[in-house]
Design a protein around this ligand. Structure first.
Ligand SMILES: [Zn+2]
Length: 213
């Protein structure tokens, strides 16, 4: 279901651009609304959420999928923690498809999926590790990097039950918006992947906006 937001960017209390291939780590408070904008289209925003009060509690793909009975995310999806607490709810979406299963790209997956000489190419997992190292005030380490959401990414499930990477359904300016139900640490890797069509082989910027006190 597609649903536009009534919020105006002019009223946002925070606004930032995540350059292509970079990361963004920020606390969004309970009651605030976070919008992620696919500025140029066909980008993938690999996203993790942690409870700010206790970062050992984090977004759980399996609990979210089970509770909503759907592997894709959209308006009305409630993002659950591994303790089965609701963390955020998607309240607006102009894309219609967000992936829960594909995971984040890594140098290891680059070698398995593409070629051995792709090992040194920049990958989301490297951005995540850099984010944790540069933001050690949260006390997060490599072991906290659990399964992520791929906002804007289209990973259809085939009739045989496999996964494929497909051209995105997103486009320039399309966005997804969610209301925080607890204080959350948001960690986004704006995917630098150059080997599959998740970002049209051309990583582009993503914008983030926050509304509310
Ligand atoms: Zn990636």
């Amino acid at each position: 279901m597609l649903k536009e937001s009534a919020l105006s960017p002019a009223d946002a209390v925070y606004r930032a651009t995540i350059p292509a291939g970079d990361y963004w780590m920020h606390v969004v408070k309970a009651g605030q609304t976070l919008r992620i904008v696919d500025s140029d289209g066909n980008q993938a925003a690999d996203t993790l959420f942690y409870a700010a009060a206790d970062p050992a509690e984090r977004y759980s793909a399996s609990d979210t999928i089970r509770e909503q009975g759907n592997v894709y995310l959209g308006v009305g999806s409630v993002l659950m923690s591994q303790d089965c607490n609701p963390m955020l709810e998607i309240v607006a979406d102009t894309v219609g498809r967000h992936d829960t299963l594909g995971g984040a790209c890594a140098t290891e997956s680059n070698t398995v999926r593409y070629a051995l000489d792709k090992k040194t190419m920049h990958a989301c997992r490297d951005s995540y590790l850099l984010a944790l190292a540069e933001n050690d005030q949260y006390g997060l380490t490599k072991r906290d990097l659990a399964h992520n959401i791929n906002f804007f990414m289209n990973v259809p499930i085939t009739s045989e039950g496999g996964l494929t990477f497909a051209d995105g359904m997103s486009g320039p300016g399309k966005y997804v918006e969610m209301r925080a139900l607890m204080d959350v640490i948001v960690l986004i890797s704006n995917c630098p992947q150059l080997n599959n069509p998740c970002n049209a082989y051309n990583p582009t910027p993503v914008e983030v906006l926050v509304w509310g006190e």
